[in-house]
Design a protein around this ligand. Structure first.
Ligand code: PGA
Length: 259
């Protein structure tokens, strides 16, 4: 399967931003201005806005995602939310292992693996986030970090499940810093990720996995990123809170290339 056969995916990660009114306003603007996008689109609001956003987006092609989940179905886990509860309010996507969760909330490759399994059990589309810090990149450890994160997260999955997952490459040094990886740097990491997926699953299965780039994606860099053969979409933070910017990113202008 070449890039042309992997439908692009543009997902917005709202992080801990927006109240109910602002969240509704943002998705209304998206809903009303989304023209025939060449990409699948998802928004990932905070938990408190999921039900309202899902209601606003009902009947539209825009999917609703959560930013995290817990692996048990229900029970005495104060403060946590399960995959089943997410799908019950209209969510069909979930971010797993975002670097901010790894950094501030003790997320590990083991917890990522358990969360991934629970997302698949509930038929949610997981977006598994991986990426190196600046120190790791400067220490020539990027590939090693990516491989450890991917193998840690994915080794419990059967090759037949590979097509159900999305991977997001988010170099930590590019998140919220305004410093984007160059298209060549991102392509290099994406190709390495695809080769690792080929080793974990199979070469064929690796070609079906969409690999998103995340880290200071903006209207003025999306086209060059999307022109890379192994970049299948974007996970967008700050710019996904601005309707005009996010719409421009969704409607990126790059010829689909084959590899
Ligand atoms: P950013 O965030 O686009 O604001 O850099 C990306 C992310 O953390 O998903």
């Amino acid at each position: 399967m070449t890039k042309a056969l992997r439908r692009p995916l543009i997902a917005g990660n709202w992080k801990m931003n927006l109240d109910l009114q602002a969240g509704r306003g943002l998705v209304r603007a998206l809903r009303e201005n989304l023209s025939d996008a060449a990409a699948d689109v998802a928004v990932c609001p905070p938990f408190t806005l999921l039900a309202a956003v899902a209601e606003e987006l009902k009947g539209t092609p825009i999917r609703v995602g959560a930013q995290d989940l817990f692996w048990e179905k229900s029970g005495a886990y104060t403060g946590e939310i399960s995959a089943e509860q997410l799908s019950g309010v209209g969510c069909s996507v979930v971010l797993i292992g975002h670097s901010e969760r790894r950094r501030y909330f003790g997320e590990t490759n083991e917890t990522v693996a358990r969360k991934l399994e629970s997302a698949l059990r509930a038929n949610l589309m997981p977006i598994v986030c991986v990426g190196e810090t600046l120190e790791e990149r400067e220490g020539q450890k990027t590939y090693r970090v990516l491989e450890t994160q991917l193998r840690g997260a994915l080794s419990g999955l059967a090759p037949t499940e590979a097509g159900k997952i999305v991977v997001a490459y988010e170099p930590v040094w590019a998140i919220g810093t305004g410093k984007t990886a160059t298209p060549a740097q991102a392509q290099d990491a994406h190709l390495f990720i695809r080769k690792t997926l080929a080793a974990v699953f199979s070469p064929e299965a690796s070609l079906a996995v969409r690999i998103l780039y995340g880290g200071s994606v903006k209207p003025d860099n999306i086209d060059a990123l999307m022109a890379q053969p192994d970049i299948d979409g974007a996970l967008v933070g700050g710019e996904s809170l601005k309707p005009v910017s996010f719409l421009r990113i969704i409607h990126f202008q790059s010829p689909a290339k084959t590899n």
